[in-house]
Design a protein around this ligand. Structure first.
Ligand SMILES: Nc1ncnc2c1ncn2[C@@H]1O[C@H](COP(=O)(O)OP(=O)(O)OP(=O)(O)O)[C@@H](O)[C@H]1O
Ligand SMILES: [Mg+2]
Length: 272
């Protein structure tokens, strides 16, 4: 009998052809993970091959945010699921398999199976980056992801106020416990610009910066609040595409550059 391993991380297997898996997470819901994931993926795809996986099984938002509502993936004779193609990227979400608004009422094992299928049975092909949009919190999906595949780096999205920081700390702590490197924190809805160009603080600035300094973590960037960001989400055209010259789009471009610099030259995939 083969020896059984007690270490769940022994089940970790790279995805053949995929060089860098980047996880977009947050402690708190609604802080902008999916917005960040779609916009960063778009910017990264300007210089590399990118896949975008919506791992939010209970609340998928990728089909709407990428203007691909109602599309259904094809399955090959070998049982490989073909990702949806959009803006030159490969997309996958549970939202392509169930109707929008239909509640997925699955227990844990079904969730793991769905995530596993998305990682193993989707024809991702060669990718420089696989960006994974996670559900909020520090639950089973995050744990399973880190046990199944080598996550090259995690990003924690938060908003400025201390009430969000409490939850961001939990996400940072979770990745540290799972030995997943943290690329940095993104402060979304950081401020709003008045017509005169003055910064308006929508949320009171909390102690994020001093916390990051103490933890030796970096803030990858600040994304301002602007209605064009949410309108673009609703319209299915990420703001980096719909308003490429805007401050918000420029913030995403700068963050993507910071991520690329942190990851260094794109690593070769390790084929099993
Ligand atoms: N910088 C921004 N400016 C304006 N609106 C924004 C900004 N970032 C996100 N939003 C809007 O806030 C809402 C929540 O964003 P999003 O869905 O990306 O959050 P989330 O963290 O993925 O949420 P969930 O936890 O439910 O998955 C959306 O309507 C989105 O368009
Ligand atoms: Mg989301």
């Amino acid at each position: 009998m083969p020896p059984t391993s007690a270490n769940p991380f022994d089940q970790q297997q790279p995805i053949p052809g995929v060089k860098n898996i980047i996880a977009i997470s947050s402690g708190k819901g609604g802080v902008g993970k999916s917005t960040v994931a779609t916009n960063l993926a778009m910017v990264l795809s300007r210089s590399g091959k990118v896949g975008l996986l919506d791992a939010d099984i209970y609340g998928p938002s990728l089909p709407r945010m990428m203007g691909t509502l109602g599309q259904k993936p094809e399955v090959s004779a070998q049982g490989k699921i073909q990702p949806i193609l959009r803006y030159g990227m490969k997309l996958m979400s549970i939202g392509y398999l169930v109707e929008e608004g239909a509640a997925v009422v699955w227990r844990g094992p079904m969730l793991f199976k769905a995530l596993d299928q998305f990682l193993r049975d989707v024809q991702w092909g060669d990718l420089d980056y696989l960006v994974i949009d996670l559900p909020p919190g520090t639950g089973d999906i995050q744990l399973t992801l880190s046990q199944r595949v080598p996550v090259r780096g995690a990003i924690v999205v938060t908003t400025p106020q201390n009430i969000a920081l409490i939850d961001a700390k939990k996400a940072i702590d979770m990745w540290s416990r799972m030995s997943v490197p943290i690329l940095g924190v993104i402060e979304n809805m950081s401020y709003m610009l008045s017509p005169a160009g003055e910064k308006i603080q929508l949320f009171p600035k909390g102690e994020l910066q001093s916390y990051l300094d103490a933890k030796k973590l970096v803030k990858l960037g600040e994304v301002p609040f602007h209605p064009s960001v949410s309108l673009s989400c609703e319209a299915g055209i990420p703001v980096v595409e719909s308003h490429p010259q805007s401050k918000e789009a420029q913030a995403f471009v700068a963050i993507a550059e910071a991520i690329k610099a942190k990851l260094g030259p794109v690593l070769e995939s390790i084929s099993p």
